[in-house]
Design a protein around this ligand. Structure first.
Ligand code: SF4
Length: 216
């Protein structure tokens, strides 16, 4: 497992590699971001952006999503995986926003996580990106990178990964670290084919060393 100095080094290297890392889901307000993150579960940001380009023109408010039958929302997002349950959650979430929050998206993680279809990850992304609240959302990339490098244990749950990162990463770097780790995982330390031979972290990475021993 990496010590604090090594973790600091990882964060600095990722910052150098991806200085402009930021969320890639296109949105122009917190409500659109919630919908986009909800749609992005098990689906690429690219596909979500393609669908929301039209979706956000047609539906601008929670009321808009409730003014049409469920089947119509389903149809408008049908190229996205799990579109049936996502459409249902969108309408449920819109109902809650109208009934409990005056049609606005609540700002705290505790409130966000109670909305339909919004898990811890979505709540963290929205709190961090839309409201600048420090948060580390653990998605598949953040989890994989943290475990490969040995910042977290292989057996850690997503919540344990999140807690470890919140302990080890300075609070004012949580949000930016989340984005940099996603970029590092998406474009460099990829799930199937990580670029270990050219990785600046190879000398401290347990997974990288193992892979290089195998191929070497
Ligand atoms: S050495 Fe390989 S496994 Fe380790 S962080 Fe770099 S790319 Fe990922």
């Amino acid at each position: 497992m990496l010590n604090n100095t090594q973790i600091r080094h990882c964060l600095d290297v990722m910052a150098e590699m991806f200085p402009d890392a930021e969320g890639e889901l296109v949105h122009s307000n917190p409500f659109e971001l919630v919908i986009a993150v909800l749609l992005s579960a098990q689906c690429t940001d690219k596909l979500v952006n393609k669908v929301t380009a039209d979706l956000f023109k047609k539906y601008k408010t929670p009321e808009d999503y409730l003014a049409v039958p469920l089947e119509e929302v389903e149809n408008d997002i049908r190229s996205i995986g799990l579109y049936r349950s996502k459409a249902k959650n969108i309408q449920k979430l819109c109902r809650t926003l109208i009934d409990d929050y005056n049609g606005e998206v609540p700002q705290t993680k505790e409130e966000l996580v109670k909305l339909a279809g919004v898990g811890r990850k979505t709540a963290n992304v929205v709190a961090s990106v839309a409201f600048n609240e420090p948060a580390i959302a653990v998605d598949t990339h953040v989890e994989r990178v943290s475990k490969r490098l040995g910042i977290c244990r292989w057996k850690d749950s997503v919540t344990e990964v999140e807690n470890t990162l919140m302990r080890k990463v300075p609070r004012d770097e949580w949000s930016v670290t989340h984005h940099r780790m996603i970029f590092f995982g998406r474009y460099h330390c990829k799930a199937r084919n990580p670029n270990c031979p050219e990785c600046p972290l190879l000398d401290i990475c347990r997974e990288g060393k193992k892979r290089m021993r195998k191929t070497g």
